[in-house]
Design a protein around this ligand. Structure first.
Ligand code: PLP
Length: 393
């Protein structure tokens, strides 16, 4: 059996999305900016796709959705855009507040901007992996121009206090960006309820194609162009539109919004079944209160077992999980979130993330429970550090 439990890294394409995209690789290959029939005939599908994105976010039509190549580009566009539009002209407002556990697409961009005089506060998470609105509020100074806080964390699934922080930002007249990559398709993301100025998303995290993402920009909050060139996207982001992928993202986002209920019920129940079984294994620590997490995610630390060893045992049995963000996994570093929530280096190396999707089945979860439990027993029986920690504790 093959079981894919790494859906926070990427997801399989929804079969309906694949079917919807297909004609745009065949007959409908025109450039939508062309004046001839080939260009004209692809425009309705583009408009439909954008309409689905506005609907999925419940965003008013006068706002803007800029199509990008990925969430990384969307995050870069916001942070560098704020720098060029505001900070460069007014160094008195050069302060950005973010969290210590954002994706590298935020953290590394901010480290880069620090070299150009941007002052950044990275607010720490608590030991549950959560963020308190007060901690964000306390980080704000007279110089703060932007708060950038993810909607939900990619490693732990912890949901951050997005509404409260958006209210703090509004009250203080500070711009607010959220990287909602891990929220869309798992939680209700309703922009008529939560007031954000900028919101990042990426199709491959909700059963759409890879290499396409978006940036929602609230009316009146436009940013300078990151990519100059042609007049595409009303001059806001140059580059020939990837029609097939935009069409795919539109349907994937519609499907994602329509399946939030399924995530909250069926997927949550499967996740809880798996989590309950893992929690019964001695010396396991599951990070973050369950009710405060996205319904598909488990981050567990298995004392005495290297995350990578566990990953390979599962992989041999056909089960895909991860030791953390796919962006960091090539370096086999300690899981950064375990470090951030104050777990020692030993636990940071024993972290393992399992993330389900709406395509995960009960049979797959039952099989995973069986393999996982046996793998822990096997690895602990040969782990000298487990024997040591057991005697020591
Ligand atoms: N932001 C978060 C929270 C993510 O989880 C990821 C992907 O892991 C990204 C941004 C980057 O997404 P993309 O691959 O579309 O650039």
């Amino acid at each position: 059996m093959r079981v894919y439990l790494d859906n926070n890294a990427t997801t399989k394409i929804d079969p309906l999305v694949k079917v919807k995209m297909q004609p745009f690789f065949e007959d409908l290959y025109g450039n939508p900016n062309s004046l001839h029939q080939y260009g004209i005939e692809v425009r309705p599908a583009l408009n439909e796709a954008l309409g689905s994105m506005y609907d999925a976010l419940n965003a008013p039509d006068e706002d803007d959705i800029i199509i990008t190549s990925c969430a990384t580009e969307s995050n870069n566009a916001v942070l560098k855009g704020i720098f060029f539009k505001y900070i460069l002209n007014n160094p008195e407002k050069n302060h950005i507040v973010t969290t210590a556990v954002e994706h590298p697409a935020i953290l590394d961009t901010l480290l880069f901007l620090q070299e150009y005089g941007v002052d950044v506060t990275f607010v720490d998470v608590d030991e549950d992996g959560g963020i308190s609105p007060e901690a964000i509020k306390n980080a704000i100074t007279d110089k703060t121009i932007l708060i950038s806080m993810m909607w939900a964390n990619n490693e732990t699934g912890m949901i951050f206090p997005i509404k409260e922080v958006s209210e703090i930002a509004k009250e203080k007249g500070i711009l607010f960006h959220s990287d909602a990559v891990q929220a869309i398709g798992k939680l209700k993301v309703d922009l008529s309820d939560v007031d954000v100025d900028y919101l990042t998303f990426s199709a491959h995290k909700f059963h759409g194609p890879k290499g396409i993402g978006g940036l929602y920009v609230k009316k009146g909050k436009s940013l300078p162009n990151l990519l100059h060139g042609g007049e595409q996207m009303g001059g806001k982001r140059a580059g020939t539109l990837n029609v097939a992928y935009i069409v795919g993202m539109g349907l994937a986002m519609k499907q994602a919004a329509n399946h939030v209920e399924v995530m909250d019920t069926k997927v949550r129940a499967l996740r809880d079944k798996l989590e309950d079984a893992i929690a019964k294994i001695p010396d396991t620590i599951i990070v973050g209160e369950r009710a405060k997490r996205t319904p598909n995610t488990i981050l567990v630390s298995l004392r005495g077992i290297e995350g990578e060893s566990m990953l390979w045992d599962l992989n041999r049995a056909g089960i895909a999980a991860s030791t953390g963000s796919a962006c960091a996994s090539e370096s086999l570093e300690a899981n950064p979130i375990m470090t951030a929530i104050g777990k020692g280096p030993e636990l940071a190396h024993t972290a393992m993330r399992l993330s389900l999707s709406r395509f995960t089945t009960e049979d797959e979860i039952d099989y995973t429970i069986e393999v996982f439990t046996k793998a822990v027993e096997r690895l602990r029986s040969i782990s000298s550090s487990y024997a040591y920690t057991n005697i020591a504790s």
